[in-house]
Write a protein that binds this ligand. Structure first.
Ligand SMILES: Cc1cc2nc3c(=O)[nH]c(=O)nc-3n(C[C@H](O)[C@H](O)[C@H](O)COP(=O)(O)OP(=O)(O)OC[C@H]3O[C@@H](n4cnc5c(N)ncnc54)[C@H](O)[C@@H]3O)c2cc1C
Ligand code: FES
Length: 345
């Protein structure tokens, strides 16, 4: 049997036990502690923390997420670190309310209820949880096991949590993608069974009075739509704007629902922008459109979701324009290709 160690988190003064066999992040999730994280694959650096005391062993990770000089200074990635001794860890990115408010992790089986085209390369997948329940907070995601393998892929829920057991996803098709390919070539059919593990993620709405700025692209609409649907459900009147970037008009979808949300939410605007086509709406890269259209972003709560380069560019823009880092929340949709490109050899 592997050894157990105590992890003490500063400055929040929380202690929990981890097994040497599990990562510190998995140990925390098991006990309902939602530590800050993104990819859980050592690629995005969202879980980066400072080791004040003790020793860890790291599984394979990206040197973009943790450069060697930072490792030497004492930084670590909680999604890849196994405790070898008792540890004292200083959290850098954390939100105490989110941290203590985690939904304990579970594994469930679900059957495929629908697979529909949203655009030429984005599919809507609806599953029905057959066994148990999968409670989650709007903005969170689950890991879906690729059938017949031990590999998982992360997908954000677009729907509201409800008791009917349905989960709705938006999935971008990648050529040769091991999971998304199944949606394109009929490898996954209505009635097939899937295994889901979760919920994960800290892309949840923080309760403040600040205006909301959502920026997204592609399938990154999923968690943002979940948040907007919950705001409409609860009658949230905070000023909010959603900038959505696509290449061409045919890449836009759910326009009727977004218009309906704009009508239902008194202070909400939806701003789609096209990067590769002329039309009557906004044109250009989504970050350039935000830069051009938003006068003041210094005191917004920003939520960014989509491909990593888009999230990085939007973060850079917001920081340059004076938004505090703690008010910028993001989910980067990293893929295995990002892991391969950035891993140490
Ligand atoms: C927190 C989080 C939430 C996410 N939510 C969503 C979501 O809601 N919707 C969504 O669509 N995606 C989401 N993703 C991304 C998703 O998890 C998958 O990574 C994505 O769907 C690709 O998985 P796949 O199995 O289809 O493709 P993979 O088989 O993983 O391949 C991905 C792409 O990389 C290429 N590739 C694979 N290996 C290599 C390599 N060695 N070198 C070069 N190229 C390679 C493939 O050809 C393909 O184009 C999320 C990711 C994270 C981290
Ligand atoms: S969650 Fe640890 S690097 Fe992404």
């Amino acid at each position: 049997m592997s050894q157990k160690h105590i992890v003490r988190l500063e400055p929040v003064d929380i202690e929990f036990e981890v097994d040497e066999d599990e990562t510190i992040l998995d140990g925390a999730f098991r006990q309902g502690l939602m530590l800050m994280h993104g990819c859980k694959e050592g690629q995005c650096s969202a879980c980066k923390s400072f080791l004040l005391d003790g020793e860890v062993d790291l599984d394979r990770y990206s040197t973009f997420a943790l450069p060697d000089h930072e490792l030497e200074e004492g930084w670590t990635l909680l999604c890849k670190a196994h405790a070898l001794t008792d540890l004292e860890v200083e959290l850098i990115n954390y939100d105490e309310e989110t941290l203590r408010d985690g939904v304990p992790l579970r594994t469930v089986r679900a059957s495929v209820e629908a697979i529909e085209s949203l655009t030429c390369d984005i599919r809507r997948l609806v599953v029905h949880v057959e066994e148990g329940e999968m409670p989650f907070r709007c903005g969170q995601y689950v890991d879906i096991r690729i059938p017949g393998t031990d590999e998982y892929r992360s997908f954000s829920m677009a729907n509201l949590p409800s008791s009917d057991g349905r989960l709705e996803f938006m999935i971008k098709l990648y050529p040769g993608g091991r999971f998304s390919g199944l949606l394109a070539d009929g490898g996954l059919q209505v009635g097939d069974e899937l295994e889901l593990r979760g919920p994960y993620g800290v892309f949840t709405l923080r309760e403040t009075d600040r205006p909301l700025l959502f920026i997204g692209g592609g399938a990154g609409m999923a968690p943002i739509l979940s948040l907007l649907r919950s705001m409409a459900d609860q009658g949230v009147a905070r000023p909010a704007v959603y900038y959505y970037g696509a290449r061409e008009e045919q890449d836009l979808f759910h326009l009727d629902e977004l218009r309906a949300l704009a009508a239902a939410l008194p202070n909400f605007r939806f701003v789609p922008a096209l990067s590769d086509a002329d039309w009557t709406g906004e044109t250009g890269l989504i970050t350039d459109v935000v830069d051009r259209c938003e006068v003041d972003v210094a005191d917004v709560d920003a939520y960014l979701c989509g491909p990593p380069p888009m999230v990085d560019a939007a973060t850079e823009l917001l920081l340059r324009r004076g938004a505090p880092e703690a008010q910028i929340h993001f989910d980067k949709f990293t893929t295995t290709a990002d892991a391969e490109e950035n891993s140490p050899t």
